[in-house]
Design a protein around this ligand. Structure first.
Ligand code: C2E
Ligand code: MG
Ligand code: MG
Ligand code: MG
Length: 281
């Protein structure tokens, strides 16, 4: 009887691990099927310029509405896609879909779309061809595509990423460092990075109203980025106070629930018409 309390947690732990593992396999099979059956979708989160409130494009965010489990968080199934070798197929589908669903705005001074690219995909030798064929199919305009790459991924293989990103930029693609501030880039790397844009991580933005330190950090990132001619996007803006503070700091582009939650493709036209200027000035 006295050994039970020690044994039980151990058994439970193993059971839980087992269960999590089984769950991953099940989801992996479901994801494979979902990709084939086109059960995934893309939502778009609008970005606006701090200077005049006009549209600064959209971030494409993949969605999976599982038939039995409902919405699965992208962080979870993107990781599964990576380990199951499905990330190539998934990323290609997201890029194709995002370009297709935003290509209607060709006529007007059209806002671009940004797509998140994860580690395995960026270094896949097929990646440049995936981009080329999607661009030639949908808009023939590299300048309307932004690739968001997380800072930590960039730092893991800086030399490899360097030439790859330089090639992509050469074509006119915009490169953005996502979740900036969490990946410990050294300032020495900062001056060499072949990127155009920095996205300050949501955690700093969220804490800004309560923390003077976070506020100073954000201001420093904005100033530093501008010294290197990088555009700065703040993501995760949830209230007016944060928006106003960032605007006063000279931040370039705003993204977050305060502006809009991610919307379906049908909701995009609203964000490409002019009247928003007055709403956000
Ligand atoms: P991320 O690229 O940093 O995307 C921003 C996330 O913050 C999105 O979550 C967005 O819905 C959420 N967000 C935006 N504004 C606010 C706000 O004001 N408050 C709060 N609380 N959240 C906000 P989501 O869509 O769940 O995506 C999570 C992550 O999953 C993304 O982080 C990205 O790393 C990854 N992801 C999403 N779509 C893709 C994709 O197509 N490919 C890859 N490789 N990763 C993706
Ligand atoms: Mg992103
Ligand atoms: Mg981010
Ligand atoms: Mg993130």
């Amino acid at each position: 009887r006295s050994t039970r309390p020690i044994m039980r947690p151990l058994l439970l732990y193993t059971d839980m691990q087992q269960e999590a593992q089984t769950d991953t396999y099940l989801l992996e099979a479901d994801l494979r099927a979902a990709l084939a059956a086109k059960e995934l979708s893309v939502q778009y989160q609008p970005k606006v310029s701090f200077t005049n409130g006009s549209s600064a494009g959209f971030e494409a965010l993949v969605r999976w509405n599982h038939p039995h489990r409902g919405q699965i968080p992208p962080e979870l199934f993107v990781a599964i896609a990576e380990s199951a070798g499905l990330i190539g197929e998934m990323t290609e589908w997201v890029i194709q879909t995002a370009l297709r669903e935003t290509s209607n705005f060709k006529g007007c001074e059209s806002p671009g779309v940004s797509v998140n690219v994860s580690a395995t995909m960026l270094f896949d030798p097929c990646f440049p061809f995936v981009i080329d064929s999607a661009i030639s199919m949908w808009n023939d305009d590299y300048s309307r595509l932004t690739l968001e790459i997380t800072e930590s991924l960039l730092m893991e293989n800086f030399e490899g990423a360097f030439s790859l990103l330089s090639d992509l930029r050469q074509k006119g693609i915009t490169i953005s460092i996502d979740d900036f501030g969490t990946g410990y880039s050294s300032l020495a790397y900062f001056k060499r990075l072949p990127v155009d844009e920095v996205k300050i991580d949501r955690s700093f933005i969220t804490n800004m109203t309560q923390s003077v330190e976070d506020q100073r950090l954000v201001e420093a990132i904005i100033d530093l980025s501008h010294k290197f001619d990088l555009q700065v996007v703040a993501e995760g803006i949830e209230d007016e106070q944060t928006y106003d503070t960032l605007r006063a700091m000279g931040c370039d582009v705003a993204q977050g629930y305060y502006i809009s939650k991610p919307v379906d493709a049908e909701g995009l036209p609203l964000w490409t018409s002019e009247p928003l200027e007055s709403q956000y000035n």
